[in-house]
Design a protein around this ligand. Structure first.
Ligand code: MG
Ligand code: ZN
Length: 244
């Protein structure tokens, strides 16, 4: 699937430490793709700033509970802020349909097998959103912890989400996503009694990769940790409003 991007990350690491001829062509190609993406991401960022809208890029593996968290979040926040969702999926519009039921505007991007969203796709998607009215846009990236982390969409912040049904070593296996995110949301904590998930170890791994990362523990099912999560979102919207 994301071999090209995995390679890019590996090769970049190699490039930083040693031999520059090893895999040189791969590095060049991937750098060009990312540089072109960066140009559009900057345009997006400008547009978001002009409209004073806070944009959050949600990154996780498939099945982390991103959409469930979003639906619950929108139910709570939609009366406070004008929210919208850009929904990235490889196939199907199932998640977009779930979001649409909350009454919040949603734009679906089908990547047709592509394993991440890029800035151009988001640039097109925002044409379908009432940008002047919005306070907060969630971008639900394609379920994948590898390349979505490498593609800037012009967002204010990346948020990394992982569930307790995954391996607690995800942060050290996919360090880029955990390194770039300021906030990590652990989901499905109601399942902890049934699992051998080492929560303390997971948080230690995340802090090893990113000592300043803020970590929230949530359960949509039990509605625990939701107020801290909502407050984290409120703070982010306020920061954007105050700088505008
Ligand atoms: Mg989803
Ligand atoms: Zn990808």
């Amino acid at each position: 699937m994301c071999n090209a991007h995995k390679k890019r990350l590996e090769h970049e690491a190699i490039e930083n430490t040693e031999s520059k001829d090893k895999g040189f062509r791969v590095i060049t190609l991937e750098k060009n793709i990312l540089e072109a993406n960066e140009v559009v991401a900057e345009k997006n960022r400008k547009r978001f700033q002009e409209h004073g809208v806070c944009v959050l890029n949600l990154i996780s593996s498939p099945g982390s509970g991103k959409t469930s968290l979003l639906v619950k979040t929108l139910e709570k926040l939609k009366h406070e802020f004008n929210c919208a969702v850009i929904e990235g999926d490889q196939q199907t519009s199932n998640d977009a349909q779930r979001i649409a039921k909350t009454g919040v505007p949603v734009v679906q991007i089908n990547t047709n097998g592509g394993c991440h969203l890029n800035a151009s796709q988001v640039n097109i998607a925002i044409n379908d959103l009432p940008m002047d009215e919005l306070d907060l846009i969630f971008i639900e990236n394609v379920g994948n912890l590898v390349c979505p982390a490498a593609f800037d969409l012009g967002e204010q912040e990346k948020i990394v989400i992982m569930s307790v049904t995954e391996g607690e070593d995800k942060p050290i296996k996919y360090p880029l996503a955990f390194n770039l995110a300021k906030l990590m949301v652990i989901t499905k904590t109601d399942l902890l009694p049934h699992l051998h998930f080492d929560l303390v170890q997971c948080k230690n791994y995340a802090r090893k990769i990113n000592p300043d990362i803020m970590i929230l523990e949530t359960s949509v099912f039990k509605e625990t940790g939701m107020e801290s999560w909502l407050n984290a979102l409120r703070t982010r919207v306020k920061i954007i409003k105050n700088t505008n």
